[in-house]
Design a protein around this ligand. Structure first.
Ligand code: ATP
Ligand code: MG
Length: 612
């Protein structure tokens, strides 16, 4: 069985390295190179110094050995040589620290700035994007892909620069000592670059699998923990444990496959560089014996050969680092290219919508990929300060309507008006900041109660927070908790009851001083007594505001100026409570159920607070 944990990504990030022109995405980094050019120049200057010092050490060794061979070496001269090398080692260590700080620091800055840009961009995207792409995919982008970019912009450019500069310089010094010997000695080197290239290409594929499997493991743990109550209620602990163990086995297998490549790469590259050494011993030794080159040259030559081995290996490695970086950058660019569907009117002017008057004309809406519209030509006029109730069968489009009003879904031109303005002619923010919205699915942060209530107005003082909490009939319960308003509510508010969660969400909206308030089924999880308490206490809050309350129960909407009955995305009827009881079959039926059933149960001695 293929679960969602073994499925491949289907979102916007699936564009992969095979995409032509992937290098084009490097333009994303251009601003950072421009901004930090001075830092980078300093870094590369230090890198050059390190390389030069490293290249100079063999010259000193040559001088010492030649002096020994020619017989004019003194202990003082050898001590001086040793001291020079020691000083150079200090220089190397210092400048190595400097370049690491400057260049690797640059790559970390790029990573952070790019992550900030991604996060801001993500916050601007709308519902549609998050329906198509899972949190896991977005997280992978913000972790694995960004770290691939960081590696390429840090160690990648260092290794490339080093490979070219150090490789060529060492090669030059070797040529200077003896051209023919150089050709012989470096003959096996391309093999080394080729080997690293081939193996690191394989490594890339295998490493990707390790990372993918790691995301699978993480996502599995995340979803198991966040739905732990369900796992327990369905006795699935053992089964989930087994599935996790199987995923762990795959993870180990993938890692062993990576280790196998390293197991080949290091010994074989060691073998190749020793092959070069053998050639130098045979041919260089002969040249030294014949006196064509000095003993010092021979030793220096070997040192340069060592200095060349790393750049040759780096060449293969660099290609892989850049390839990975570019692949990841391409995926990040794909994300940055996603535009919010609702973003079109973002250039539109911001206006203050203070009256709270709403008009919908032939409002239509269908979710992407659906042939039948969910809302089908809906007409609705809501005067400023009106209390409108909305009822209707489940799936009739109530939440969809609320989301359209709250500007969370796109609307066609000339369909929806606030204070006489077409919503598409004013900025989205203008509309959203006129509305306090309590969505049907309560969303809470794993933070304190005070933070959750004040989310829309972070600067609100405790007095205001408490006032909103009182109006939502939750204050008493909050102060009864061990840490009152500072109580941490756990992930998604796990420590609270369903009704408490709903009332915190209502308090959050009441705290905002907005002309329009929309509550989508916000009282469904409270008992009737609390429901009445809330209705009574929020009445004064709602006065003078346009208030839209969606409800499956009659009580919260009974006092509304007008109640709309929705059916299949249309308004089937509208009127006051007393009118609808007489006229509308659906309304009168639910009214009968909700008023008669509790009476019957009470006579039966039933204790089920009458929630039908
Ligand atoms: P309830 O009383 O159960 O809350 P509702 O009246 O609020 O129902 P909506 O949530 O507006 O109903 O849903 C109306 C229809 O739209 C349903 O058929 C639902 O399946 C569909 N729908 C809702 N959200 C989406 C979505 N994101 N993508 C596709 N279809 C959706
Ligand atoms: Mg709904």
């Amino acid at each position: 069985m293929r679960s969602r944990f073994s499925k491949k990504s289907s979102g916007v990030f699936s564009g992969d390295s095979s995409e032509s022109g992937a290098w084009g995405s490097v333009r994303l980094l251009r601003p950072y190179f421009k901004r930090y050019w001075l830092r980078l120049s300093g870094g590369f200057a230090s890198l050059v110094l390190v390389d030069l010092l490293q290249l100079y050490i063999p010259r000193i060794i040559k001088y010492a050995v030649d002096s020994l061979q020619k017989g004019h070496a003194t202990p003082r001269l050898l001590l001086d040589c040793g001291l020079y090398i020691f000083l150079m080692a200090i220089g190397i260590a210092t400048f190595r620290f400097v370049w690491r700080h400057l260049i690797l620091g640059f790559s970390r800055l790029v990573e952070t700035l790019l992550r900030n840009r991604m996060f801001s961009h993500l916050l601007g995207l709308d519902k549609e994007f998050f329906q198509k792409n899972t949190a896991g995919e977005v997280m992978a982008l913000a972790t694995n892909d960004l770290s691939a970019v960081q590696l390429a912009t840090g160690m990648g450019i260092v290794a490339l620069f080093d490979a070219v500069f150090m490789g060529l310089a060492a090669f030059g010094f070797m040529l200077y000592i003896d051209p023919v010997l150089t050709i012989i000695a470096v003959a096996p080197m391309p093999l080394l670059a080729f080997l690293t290239r081939t193996l690191s290409f394989r490594l890339h594929g295998r490493f990707k699998k390790v990372q993918e499997q790691f995301s699978v493991l993480t996502e599995f743990v995340r979803s198991s923990i966040s739905s732990i109550r369900l796992v327990k209620a369905y006795n699935q602990e053992e089964y989930q444990g087994e599935r996790f163990a199987r995923m762990g086995e795959t993870y180990v297998k993938n890692n062993v496959r990576v280790a196998a490549i390293y197991g080949v790469l290091f010994p074989v590259s060691g073998f190749i560089s020793n092959l070069s050494m053998l050639l130098v011993m045979i041919f260089g030794g002969r040249l030294t014996i014949r006196g064509t080159i000095s003993a010092g040259d021979f030793v220096a030559f070997i040192s340069y050969l060592f200095l060349m081995t790393w750049p040759m290996m780096a060449l293969g490695w660099v290609a892989d680092l850049f390839q990975r970086g570019v692949t990841s950058l391409g995926r990040i660019e794909n994300l940055m290219k996603v535009r919010p569907v609702l973003g079109d009117s973002q250039d539109a002017p911001s206006v203050h919508l203070l009256r709270g008057e709403i008009g919908a004309r032939k409002l239509r809406f269908g979710y992407p990929g659906q042939t039948e519209p969910i809302l089908d030509g809906l007409d609705l006029e809501i005067g400023a300060g009106t209390f409108l109730g909305i009822v209707g069968r489940t799936g009739s489009g109530k939440t969809t309507l609320c989301n359209l009003l709250a500007r969370l879904l796109p609307v066609g031109d000339g369909r929806l008006f606030f204070d006489g303005f077409d919503v598409n002619s004013v900025s989205i923010e203008s509309v959203r900041s006129a509305i306090a919205y309590v969505p049907q699915d309560v969303i809470l942060f794993s933070d304190t109660i005070a933070f959750n209530i004040a989310f829309g107005a972070p600067r609100a003082d405790r007095e205001k927070i408490e006032k909103a909490a009182r109006a939502a009939a939750i204050h008493e319960e909050i102060v009864g908790m061990p840490e009152g308003y500072e109580t941490k509510i756990g992930e998604k508010g796990i420590k609270l009851s369903g009704g408490q969660r709903q009332r915190i969400a209502i308090a959050r909206a009441l705290l905002l001083d907005r002309p329009i308030i929309i509550i989508d089924d916000g009282l469904s999880a409270v008992d009737m007594e609390t429901e009445h308490a809330i209705i009574r206490s929020i009445a004064s809050f709602l006065e003078g505001r346009t208030c839209i309350i969606v409800s499956h129960r009659i009580a919260p909407v009974a006092d509304a100026d007008r109640i709309v009955v929705m059916e299949n995305g249309r308004i089937a009827d509208q009127g006051t409570h007393s009118e609808l009881i007489v006229r509308n079959a659906f309304y009168s039926t639910i009214h009968r159920h909700q008023t008669l059933v509790p009476t019957l149960q009470r006579t039966d001695g039933g204790a089920n607070g009458g929630q039908s």
